[in-house]
Design a protein around this ligand. Structure first.
Ligand code: GLU
Length: 422
């Protein structure tokens, strides 16, 4: 192992421990029996595969891949696939558990899983990437299925990759659109899936704003990460009347206290490769966005972007987690002690899997819903989960993360107990 990969292994283990820590706190408060704690803190199945990819030049490569299924008490396993040079078993262990709690909190009838391949997709041609997708799918084919485990997009994967995998699965099993979600709309994907994570986060925020009697125009939002989820969230928040005052990407941030037009920032990013240098704002360092003068800070980038070393600088009253695990447990405590509300990832980032559920339902019924219908259902799902979290946090005098975990863990434990924990 190189220093870099062992460093990453420590990081991935830490991610998993963080999610386990949130489970332990909830299990304690819920007084869960020992058996339940054992089941919920372990993974049901971990499949490790070697993904074989013939290269364009006639050579051959083999990449490590995984599909990790955490818990299926509430329904088929569900969760995304990521292609990343640092992808690892421990990372997938963390994210598959997060999926279990996310689907339970949203009350969609799924369990949790995650998977993918340790590869830099940028090092492959499109034809090689297609072969990688087909080979990965073939190697996990036995453990997935429309009623078994339903993959979806995640980091570095999208509708194109989902289409190849749907096609590969259907070759041997007959047409099976419900085996994977996040497909292109022309192949049974759902309208609204693309914007779903950002839109879902906005529904949660808007519900909270209403409950706190905030006026949208007075709410200044800083969005860390301007990928799919962050960019959609910023654009839709702006359309609803919120003031998006800063956005960032891996190269830096752009800020304008009067408000930015996210659509224009996106066009600038598409033309130049970054949000930095946008002419209607000041370019600052990416990390400086964390200390921006605003009411809402929305981390929508990578894991652990809010840590003890920068959480002190947060000036927002509310942190809305749109990424998976953006806040370390220490930073979480620090923010809680300072009175900053943290809306946890299992709520803030749940819009994607919620619309994946609606896509799956449409596929099983061979129906196609209008975008209004999809968005309307997403709104109901997000608002009722948000209301429950607000209520539980209020009643129990606990953080929103603790409240969300209690609700989710309780539901999974109830389902597991009713099945007899087999
Ligand atoms: N990868 C997304 C997530 O982390 C979506 C998963 C899905 O749609 O199944 O929530």
């Amino acid at each position: 192992m190189t220093d870099d990969s062992s460093g990453h292994a420590v990081f991935a283990e830490r991610l998993f421990d963080a999610v386990q820590g949130h489970l332990d706190v909830a299990a304690e408060r819920l007084r869960l029996e020992d058996g339940a704690r054992k089941v919920l803190s372990t993974h049901r199945r971990e499949v490790a595969v070697s993904v074989r990819v013939p290269r364009d030049d006639g050579s051959f490569d083999v990449y490590p891949g995984w599909r990790i299924q955490h818990n299926g008490a509430r329904g088929p396993f569900k969760g995304g696939l990521r292609f990343h040079p640092n992808a690892s078993r421990d990372e997938f262990r963390c994210f598959s558990a997060l999926m279990t709690w996310k689907t339970a909190l949203l009350d969609v009838p799924f369990g949790g899983a995650k998977g993918g391949v340790q590869v830099d997709p940028k090092s492959l041609s499109v034809a090689e990437l297609e072969r990688l997708c087909r080979s990965y799918l073939t190697s996990i084919e036995l453990v997935i299925g429309p009623y078994r485990d339903i993959p979806a997009p995640d980091v570095n994967t999208g509708p194109r990759e989902m289409a190849w995998m749907y096609d590969e699965y259907s070759r041997s099993r007959g047409d099976s659109p419900a085996v994977i979600t996040g497909k292109p709309v022309k192949l049974g994907g759902s309208l609204g899936r693309d914007a779903a994570t950002g839109r879902g986060a906005l529904f949660a925020l808007d519900r909270i704003a209403r409950s706190r009697r905030w006026t949208r125009e007075h709410i200044r939002i800083a969005v860390q990460g301007f990928g799919n989820a962050g960019a959609w969230f910023a654009e839709l928040a702006h359309q609803l009347g919120y003031r998006v005052i800063a956005v960032s990407d891996s190269r830096g941030a752009v800020v304008n206290g009067e408000g930015l037009f996210p659509h224009d920032v996106l066009r600038h990013k598409q033309q130049t490769g970054s949000v930095t240098g946008f002419k209607h704002g000041d370019t600052i360092g990416g990390d400086d966005l964390i200390g921006a003068e605003c009411e809402v800070l929305a981390p929508a980038a990578l894991e652990e972007s809010l840590r003890v070393d920068n959480a002190e600088r947060v000036r927002a009253n509310l942190v809305l987690e749109i990424a998976n695990h953006p806040t370390t447990p220490d930073a979480d405590r620090l923010l809680h002690d300072r009175g900053v509300w943290v809306i946890p990832d299992i709520l803030g980032s749940a819009g994607g899997v919620s619309v994946s559920y609606l896509e799956w339902v449409q596929n099983l019924q061979r129906e196609r819903w209008s975008e209004e219908r999809v968005n309307g259902r997403l709104q109901e799902l997000m608002e009722s989960a948000t209301d429950l979290v607000l209520e539980r946090a209020d009643e129990g005098g606990v953080s929103h993360r603790a409240a969300a975990y209690e609700l989710a863990v309780e539901r999974v434990a109830d389902a597991g107990r009713a099945r007899g924990w087999h």
